[in-house]
Design a protein around this ligand. Structure first.
Ligand code: NOJ
Length: 566
């Protein structure tokens, strides 16, 4: 039986126009408060990003995506936005932002910013007005206020649960309750209200006019809600089909919002781009990725897969097929600011899986709860597999999203004391969920110094001593280091641009995947424990610096250049 399959993605060369930059870009996610601290207050800032523009350029990324840098009380790491059209004064000013944008653009790096439309901060001026204006006021209409149930309305309107644990309703001083799908400091917006529709268009124009190239749309599947009475219970919500008519999630009418945004994006030259963070079933992803909606959507399938040949192959084939249903390209992600870093996930026992394939519990949670001692993490194995998975991903058609620090082979930080934790999931779950701080620890730039080169002050989250071994300074120019592997891979990939197709080749082994791109480059990944022979010399190997051999070692990806006769 032949193992050859073709994915029928949109071809980069379908038209005479060059393919838009985002279709096969490498996008590097910056978590600004933990990237580089230029003003020495322990918190990363915009000027810190500017100071590292040369680093980003040498790394070879096509774009950066900035997690929120807006004014915020930091109840959720900046995803509680108090003003969508300004910079947090602790991170800088709009002038600093313009300087950063110019520095990155001068190096050919695009800039994508995070937009958070499901909720805002309880410090947002409209929410503060709503609190003052009282029940029944037009100001409260912009949010989701309801009377409580029970004697004196002392119980929430429904038993809905928030994503960070605890009830999804919070009671204000006059006795009314408001809806917050995330932390209480993040009131949900009422998207039936024209003020938000106008305000977000203003925000998109504000950043687009400054020269921003695109937007990452936070929880893009949650904005619109059908809140007609009676409201269903949590059990009823859970039982409803997610078919576009669910009361609170992934409703078809959210695309009316994005159709309006699309007009804004397309009014610029080049059109501004958007990528949806939508945790929806994969058959609904194309709606977000369509040309009339946001244009591209994350798929998190590789991120939740084990380091396993069969799972990786299934994920790739399925997502290329999905991308082919729209005129979009696929996206690939292994790590971001919400999950345990992939070097650590791959060094821990594989998680138990639910019938739908998702991890039964957050992968790495037991190890995190133990402060990093139980079960034991095999750091070397995790790092080796992570480099192999990354090189496998970077060869695929579509765009790859990298998370700051993965190019240094960073592991999750487990030993953060309760008093130093910041993530609301930790506080709202009473410590049951340790939270996401472990992947948000400031980057190590040098071996020495109070913050390992991150800045001059002690960093806002503690850096363990092992981070020094991963410092940029430690790895730069060192053959075989993870940083040099990323640099070499990204440099090669830039030479590669080609149609968005992929052909699987037979390997004769269940634990080895082999694919070829239309330009003749081939990628071979050995997931298992035995060497695998290939017929041509390898040009790049994820596990060491040796090139030219015809053997791919265990837990390793090889890139093989086109043969001269191709
Ligand atoms: C998704 C973001 O990635 C996450 O960090 C945040 O907590 C939630 N959305 C709420 O904004």
């Amino acid at each position: 039986m032949t193992q050859i399959q073709h994915a029928h993605g949109t071809r980069a060369s379908d038209s005479a126009e060059p393919a838009p930059w985002w279709r096969q870009a490498v996008v590097y996610q910056i978590y600004p408060r933990s990237f580089a601290d230029a003003d020495g207050d322990g918190l990363g800032d915009i000027a810190g990003i500017t100071s590292r523009a040369d680093y980003l350029s040498a790394l070879g990324v096509d774009a950066v995506w900035l997690s929120p840098f807006y004014p915020s009380a930091l109840a959720d790491g900046g995803y509680d936005v108090a003003d969508h059209r300004d910079v947090d004064p602790r991170l800088g000013t709009l002038d600093d932002f313009d300087t950063m944008l110019a520095a990155l653009h001068a190096r050919g790096i695009k800039v994508v910013v995070d937009i958070v439309p499901n909720h805002c901060s309880d410090q947002h001026v409209w929410f503060q007005e709503a609190l003052r204006a009282g029940r029944g006021s037009p100001e409260r209409e912009r949010f989701v206020f309801r009377e409580g149930t029970g004697p004196g309305g002392e119980h929430p309107p429904t038993d809905w649960l928030s994503a960070f644990g605890g009830p999804a309703w919070h009671r204000v001083a006059d006795g009314q309750w408001y809806l917050h799908h995330f932390a209480p400091e993040q009131p949900d917006l009422n998207w039936d209200h024209p003020d938000w529709r106008e305000d977000f268009v203003r925000t998109l124009r504000f950043w687009s006019d400054r020269g921003v190239d695109g937007f990452r749309v936070d929880v893009a599947h949650m904005l619109t809600k059908d809140l007609t009475e009676p409201l269903p219970s949590q059990a009823e919500l859970d039982a409803m089909p997610k078919d576009g008519l669910h009361r609170t999630i992934d409703r078809d009418d959210v695309h009316d919002v994005y159709a309006q945004w699309r007009e804004v994006f397309n009014s610029y030259d080049p059109p501004r781009t958007a990528v949806a963070e939508a945790w929806v079933s994969s058959d609904r992803i194309p709606l977000y990725a369509s040309e009339t909606s946001l244009g591209q959507a994350f798929n998190f399938d590789l991120l939740i897969a084990d380091f396993d040949a069969e799972q990786f192959r299934r994920v790739v084939t399925h997502n290329l097929e999905l991308a082919g249903r729209t005129r979009s390209s696929s996206t690939w992600v292994l790590s971001n600011h919400d999950v345990v870093r992939h070097a650590t996930r791959y060094g821990l026992p594989a998680p138990e899986r639910r019938p739908d394939g998702e991890p039964a519990v957050k992968h790495g949670m037991e190890w995190l709860r133990s402060g990093g001692t139980d079960p034991r993490l095999d750091r070397d194995l995790g790092g080796r597999r992570a480099r192999a998975a990354t090189l496998f991903m970077l060869g695929l058609p579509g765009s790859s999203y990298l998370y700051q620090g993965e190019e240094l082979g960073l592991h999750e930080v487990a030993d953060i004391s309760d008093g130093e934790r910041q993530d609301p999931s930790f506080f709202r779950s009473g410590g049951e969920d340790v939270g996401r701080d472990g992947c948000r620890v400031p980057l190590p730039w040098s071996r020495e110094g109070v913050a390992l080169g991150f800045g001059e002050a002690s960093p806002h989250l503690p850096q363990p001593s092992w981070m020094a071994d991963h410092a940029v300074e430690q790895q730069s120019g060192v053959p075989g280091s993870t940083l040099e592997l990323y640099r070499r891979a990204l440099a090669r990939r830039r030479e590669w641009q080609c149609d968005e197709d992929l052909e699987w080749l037979p390997t004769g082994r269940e634990d080895v995947l082999h694919y070829r791109r239309p330009n003749g480059w081939e990628v071979v990944t050995v997931f298992g424990d035995a060497d695998h022979a290939v017929s041509r010399p390898v040009a790049l190997l994820s596990s060491d610096d040796a090139v030219g051999s015809r053997v791919v070692p265990p837990q390793t990806t090889a890139w093989i250049a086109p043969s001269r006769t191709d």
